[in-house]
Write a protein that binds this ligand. Structure first.
Ligand SMILES: NC(=O)c1ccc[n+]([C@@H]2O[C@H](COP(=O)([O-])OP(=O)(O)OC[C@H]3O[C@@H](n4cnc5c(N)ncnc54)[C@H](O)[C@@H]3O)[C@@H](O)[C@H]2O)c1
Length: 256
């Protein structure tokens, strides 16, 4: 028996990076997966996530092209999950990051980031919770960031959006506990993905060494490091855990 046998998971931003890592880990743990994204091809290359799941695991997967800024779009994802038996696990992972100068941020830039990082999580959770309340329960996992815990003057909109995801998760856990829907947040630290703006300079060896020196475990994380915690939160191992915020950062925030 695997941890997620018989479960159905929906993962937004599941084509690349952390979402891809979570989707693959869920499938390996026995879940069928609905991968939602605005792009099918992983940013880092390789087979699309749903194809890799179908070829490498015993689980089923499908891809739904979905922009999380459109609340109505989640219905198609929920229907795709219904075809597998109904959503048990919803991972609101899709997000963007960019450095910015606070005094120059425009309203459109602010709104664009909030629409993906916060509104996308809000209405993704709402769509999933609606089905979960009807079916008797489920687990919602919202991907925030260590920047949802501490601030960073280099990306104030991102930090604000991620802090809101944390307190949203607490509120939903409170509101939905009576319906057996658990809601938790994950706060990744520095994870090796291609989240930076297109064309941005690669992190230099020197910057990498400086960053690693601040992380007690001495290295940046891999999507797989976050996926393990997402499997825990999706499974019955965490059946009495809700309204929790789990930091996955190699110890970085523990001594800041
Ligand atoms: N990489 C890190 O160091 C790090 C740290 C903390 C938090 N996070 C968070 O983890 C999550 C995943 O980030 P990642 O590093 O894997 O990034 P990524 O860019 O590698 O992957 C994000 C995926 O989300 C998709 N996406 C973007 N906008 C979308 C939209 N409007 N609708 C649907 N899909 C959309 C992208 O196409 C991409 O496939 C984000 O919420 C991010 O803020 C990442």
């Amino acid at each position: 028996m695997s941890l997620l046998d018989g479960r159905v998971a929906v993962v937004t931003g599941g084509s690349s990076g952390i979402g891809r890592g979570i989707a693959l880990a869920y499938a390996e743990a026995g879940a069928d997966v609905v991968v939602c994204d605005i792009r099918e091809e992983p940013k880092e290359g390789g087979a699309p996530t749903h194809e890799k799941i179908e070829s490498d695991t015993d689980s089923s997967a499908t891809y739904v092209e979905l922009d999380v800024t459109d609340p109505a779009a989640f219905e198609e994802a929920m229907d795709a999950a219904e075809a597998f038996g109904g959503v048990d696990v919803m991972v609101n992972n899709a997000g963007i990051w960019r450095p910015e100068e606070f005094l120059e941020v425009t309203e459109a830039e602010f709104q664009g980031m909030m629409d993906i990082n916060l509104k996308g999580v809000y209405f993704g959770a709402q769509a999933a919770a609606t089905r979960m309340v009807e079916s008797g329960g489920g687990s919602i996992i919202n991907v925030s960031s260590v920047n949802g815990i501490f601030g960073n003057g280099n990306y104030p909109t991102y930090s604000a959006s991620k802090g809101a995801v944390r307190t949203l998760s607490y509120s939903l856990a409170h509101g939905l506990g009576g319906d057996n829907v658990r809601v938790n947040a994950i706060h990744p630290g520095a994870i090796k993905t291609k989240i930076g703006p297109e064309g941005a300079e690669e992190t230099s060896e020197e910057q990498m060494a400086q960053l690693n020196a601040m992380i007690p475990l001495g290295r940046q994380g891999e999507p797989d490091d976050v996926a393990g915690v997402a499997v825990f939160l999706a499974s019955d191992l965490s059946k009495y855990v809700t309204g929790e915020s789990i930091v996955v950062d190699g110890g970085w925030t523990s001594w800041r």
